[in-house]
Design a protein around this ligand. Structure first.
Ligand code: FAD
Length: 498
């Protein structure tokens, strides 16, 4: 994947997409696979917005059933199945535990009914049927779980991903099929003729150069920045969004063999405790955020709330000093008249500006493929020629052609025997790069020290950095540390130096 500024200047695109998060990446892939000339730019790095700050779940969203979001859950559960095949190296099943407490806001019967409905909505896409767990089982497997008031529980299976890398693989796949993609290129204005948008003014944030990009259709997929970009295009009909902030706290591994779905003791909101990349992720919050996406930050109160939730259920408690880091993301939710953030819809919507700009807002990571299909359908209806979307069964870059359970052991042992890697390192490379793990390992031939870990105690290998520079458009240290690896997230002092 190369940064093709020259081609961005020279090509007349069918589709130019602003925003290289999962939504924009998805539209780029859908468009290019239909045979369109596609351009994609992001003002920062790909996935540098919300798409690297999610809870990392590919899920139907059990909690949306409480608000009657059956259609959303159904669609997401089916997209989950597709992603487990199309991005098998990055999306994996994960067991969730729901402990039942006597004083819970949600009664046990409601959980049971919800889980049965979840199983039914998944139908043939179900990963495993949910099942009840008895109190002694919970005590045995999770000795740190609060037992006062606990009388049983249930488990079900959803899926987990590496969000930033999944977004990168979507953009990478689009680029491999001919999309012209560039990070650090910002849309700063629009060019219009006869009231119709014909292109954008863009600035390359690496060189400082300004230039125009011309396109028949421009798609605004800038997530939380959607209203800013609409206004830039002269559309003042908004705001369309009511963004809410969600934070996560990262703690060292708490030894959990499963994720937990829990209710916060102060307000009864759902939050998760999730094992992720050898660490424990706790979150999330859901509060209105009016200050704009560029000012987003984690507040002390957010961290306190999150720790209070964890410490209500688990011992030993987590202190602030135990925390490795925290991060915030902004949900680009559609503005409705309803009040509470948690009840704001996770559905998505398209908006046409009078000048022809097509904007897409809302949605979930899990359903990005379906969103992209609908956006591209809407764009091509204007062109009058419409090929059908091909993304349903399309493997992403790095994804193996066979089932993960078959592919992974062979790929790991090939890396061990060919490159003398230990099993842990080989498993790490295969888990992150899938089929392309061998391309990362090829760097060992040039310099054997590249087979060593970057940091003691973390699985990331030195060869990943030159590979990311050469093949994944990493430009700045933060691109390597925060999105292509997560070292900077787990060791924030590194990212600050970067
Ligand atoms: C806390 C939290 C947890 C979540 N957890 C989950 C989950 O577990 N599962 C799930 O399915 N969904 C989850 N979501 C939802 C999901 O993460 C988002 O719906 C999704 O990431 C939004 O992606 P996006 O591409 O629309 O926006 P973004 O990822 O924010 O992308 C927008 C991009 O536009 C770029 N941009 C902005 N302005 C310009 C410009 N002028 N020119 C060029 N580029 C520009 C930005 O740099 C940015 O990269 C979560 C969301 C949050 C906040």
């Amino acid at each position: 994947m190369q940064r093709t500024i020259g081609a961005l200047r020279e090509t007349f695109f069918d589709l130019l997409i602003l925003g290289g998060g999962i939504t924009g990446g998805g539209v780029a892939l859908d468009g290019v696979l239909r045979g369109f000339r596609v351009g994609l730019i992001d003002k920062g790095d790909f996935a540098s917005g919300t798409s690297s700050a999610s809870s990392k779940l590919i899920h139907g969203g059990l909690r949306y059933l409480e608000h009657g979001g059956f259609h959303l859950v159904y669609e997401a559960l089916h997209e989950r199945r597709l992603l487990l095949e199309n991005a098998a190296h990055l999306v994996h099943p994960l067991r969730f535990i729901i402990p039942f407490y006597k004083d819970s806001r949600v009664p046990t019967w409601k959980y049971r009914a919800g889980l049965t409905l979840y199983d039914l909505l998944a139908g043939p896409s179900n990963l495993r049927r949910s099942r009840p767990l008895r109190f002694p089982h919970l005590r045995r497997e999770f000795s740190g779980l609060r037992s006062v008031g606990l009388h049983g529980g249930a488990c079900y299976v959803d899926a987990q991903m590496d969000d930033a890398r999944l977004c990168l693989e979507v953009v990478h796949t689009a680029a491999l099929h001919g999309a012209c993609v560039a990070n650090y290129v910002e849309a700063i204005g629009f060019e219009q003729r006869g009231g119709e948008i014909t292109g954008v003014r863009a600035v390359d944030r690496v060189s400082g150069a300004e230039f125009s990009i011309r396109a028949r259709q421009i798609v605004n997929a800038t997530g939380p920045w959607l209203d800013t970009v609409c206004r830039l295009a002269g559309d003042h009909t908004g705001p369309h969004l009511r963004p809410t902030k969600g934070i996560h706290v990262i703690a060292p591994d708490r030894g959990l063999t499963s994720a937990f779905l829990l209710l916060h003791p102060t307000d009864g909101r759902v939050f998760f405790v999730i094992p992720w990349l050898g660490k424990t992720l706790i979150g999330t919050t859901d509060t209105h955020w009016e200050q704009g996406p560029d000012a987003l930050m984690v507040a002390d109160l957010d961290v306190e709330y999150t720790l209070a939730g964890y410490n209500h259920y688990f011992a030993p408690p987590l202190e602030r000093s135990d925390i490795l880091n925290s991060f915030a993301g902004l949900r680009p939710l559609i503005r409705t008249r309803s009040g509470e953030p948690s009840s704001l819809s996770r559905e998505f919507q398209l908006f046409w500006s009078p000048s022809g700009l097509l904007s897409v807002a809302g949605g979930k990571y899990t359903t990005y493929r379906r969103m992209a299909e609908v956006v591209t359908d809407a764009a091509v209806r204007r062109f009058g020629r419409g090929r059908r979307s091909r993304t349903r069964n399309f493997r992403l870059h790095g994804a193996p052609g066979e089932a993960w359970g078959k592919f992974e052991p062979g790929a790991v042992s090939a890396l061990c025997s060919r490159h003398g890697l230990d099993e842990k390192s080989a498993r790490h490379l295969v888990g992150r790069y899938g089929q392309c793990a061998r391309d990362v390992a090829a760097y060992f031939e040039r310099d054997r020290t590249l087979a060593q870990p970057v940091l003691l105690g973390e699985p990331d290998l030195r060869a990943e950095f030159p590979y990311q520079r050469d093949h994944e458009m990493a430009i700045y240290p933060a691109d390597h540390l925060l999105r292509r690896t997560r070292l900077g997230l787990f060791r924030p002092e590194l990212a600050r130096v970067g």
